[in-house]
Design a protein around this ligand. Structure first.
Ligand code: PXG
Length: 456
């Protein structure tokens, strides 16, 4: 690679001079210098100085089959040589998007059988928003337009994605959100549960907030509810068991479509292909991206349920929507090979039966009693550790996010890549982790907590 001719300092200087990074305070980054990751193998990434770091975040929630999969590189190479690109507009397609659509229909929940492709989760949610509103218009109910979402939701960074999402800071910079999107409380028991309230009662209360929003707007004006089955970027917020069945019931009762955003939970993370299956849900749309290719190529697939697709096909006429790279042949080829790996190696069963339960126990044993830990929770291979100043009262450290950043920095210095969402530490590793990898992670995280506690 040509970058090997450049020193770390030179690369950092070029980066600082010209590269505007996502979600970044640029002045701050340029003062400290960017960490440059140059290669990766299995569960580890390596930076330009050769430091090995255990990747607790699977890149950015996506590298489910781990790094160094030659099979995926060879698949991309072969497809690029045969046909690097052709579009799927104008009555054309290429073989791999057709093969992948059929495959996705087979693994998707019952009643979900159609696929619309894009290159990112944000694009897929843009498609989803347009599609559900279009559906109701085709059904002769164009006033059914409102979408109910949740505070802390993350649905992407395009204008539609950020509008659907519930991140206050992002809304602050939107300068004109997509209208008619309403946000309600998330099912985040750690901060929102009242004294003496059971988890079950809290879950029902959080679901009732959705129903109240539907009633407020008038069900005749509400198109859909959108939610991540487990909130990811908002801090691995796992709903109490009572929440999702109640959401499903509420959506049915008021004839409101159920849109699941499985950009993080899709393709095995919760121990089933989709979290819809983990929670027994019957969604009308499922947004997927990330682990569809394990991040080896940019690709998203919006999975569309029969109710919507039948109307779209039978009554729709032309749907004026699509992207240059919808159904990209190389990305779809890599997705097929990625799904082959997940199936062949039984990665989903492993998460469900072995590493998921093991992570839940081992992480609790390693850190739940730590002085600065208020809660440890997990589902499948995604976990959160709440950092607090006072375990009894759950009081946070002052300077929101400082404690989380301190733990993260110690973790990375100790060879463990963790993500901090405010003062919540996040783990979402590749599904190839074994019990031994979980043990290694737990040990490194414990050490990072010790060092952070000393600093804080
Ligand atoms: N929906 C969900 C649930 C996501 O997690 C998107 C949509 C948007 O996908 P794209 O491919 O457009 O980025 C995401 C993306 C973080 C972080 O800091 C999380 C995401 C993206 C960037 C950062 O945890 N998730």
């Amino acid at each position: 690679m040509t970058y090997q001719n450049f020193s770390l300092e030179r690369l950092q200087a070029m980066d600082a001079a010209h590269h505007l990074h996502p979600f970044t305070d640029h002045k701050d980054l340029r003062s400290v210098g960017t960490r440059i990751i140059t290669r990766a193998e299995g569960p580890f990434v390596y930076d330009a100085e050769g430091t090995q770091i255990l990747d607790g975040m699977a890149g950015l929630w996506c590298v489910n089959v781990g790094y160094g999969r030659n099979e995926l590189a060879e698949t991309a190479y072969a497809q690029m040589k045969e046909l690097p690109y052709y579009n799927s507009f104008f009555r054309c397609t290429t073989p791999t998007p057709a093969l992948l659509a059929e495959r996705l229909a087979r693994i998707a929940p019952a009643g979900v059988n159609q696929v619309f492709y894009g290159s990112s989760g944000s694009e897929a949610n843009d498609t989803a928003l347009r599609l559900v509103r279009h559906y109701w218009a085709l059904e002769g109910r164009p006033q059914k337009r409102k979408i109910i979402s949740r505070n802390w939701a993350y649905h992407g960074s395009t204008i539609a994605g950020a509008s659907l999402g519930g991140m206050a800071a992002m809304h602050g910079q939107l300068n004109g959100a997509v209208p008619e999107i309403v946000h309600v409380m998330p099912p985040y028991a750690f901060e929102l549960k009242q004294n003496g309230e059971s988890d079950e009662a809290f879950g029902l209360r959080a679901a009732k907030a959705v129903e109240d929003a539907i009633l407020d707007a008038g069900a005749d004006n509400v198109a859909a509810f959108i939610g991540e089955p487990v909130m990811g970027a908002g801090g691995v917020k796992i709903a109490p068991d009572s929440y999702w069945p109640e959401i499903q019931r509420i959506c049915r009762k008021h004839d409101v479509l159920l849109m699941l955003d499985e950009v993080i939970t899709g393709y095995g993370r919760t121990g089933e292909w989709f979290a819809a299956q983990t929670f027994g849900l019957e969604p009308d749309t499922i947004t997927t991206a990330k682990a569809l290719t394990s991040g080896y190529q940019p690709l998203s697939a919006l999975l569309v349920g029969d109710r919507i697709s039948q109307t779209l096909v039978e009554k729709g006429g032309e749907f004026f929507h699509g992207y240059t790279y919808s159904g990209h042949p190389v990305a779809c080829a890599v997705a097929l090979a990625n799904l082959d790996i997940i199936e062949r190696e039984g990665l989903i069963e492993r998460v469900r039966d072995e590493t998921g339960p093991y992570l839940a126990t081992a992480l609790k044993e390693a850190v739940a009693d730590h002085d600065i830990v208020g809660e440890v929770r997990s589902i499948g291979l995604m976990a959160a550790i709440e950092i607090v100043k006072d375990r009894a009262t759950r009081e946070r450290f002052s300077g929101a996010g400082m404690a989380g950043a301190t733990v993260r920095d110690h973790a990375i210095a100790n060879g463990m890549m963790l993500r901090a969402v405010g003062d919540t530490m996040i783990l979402s590793p590749p599904l190839i982790w074994t019990k031994e990898t979980v043990d290694m992670a737990c040990e490194r995280i414990r050490k990072a907590l010790d060092r952070a506690a000393a600093d804080l």
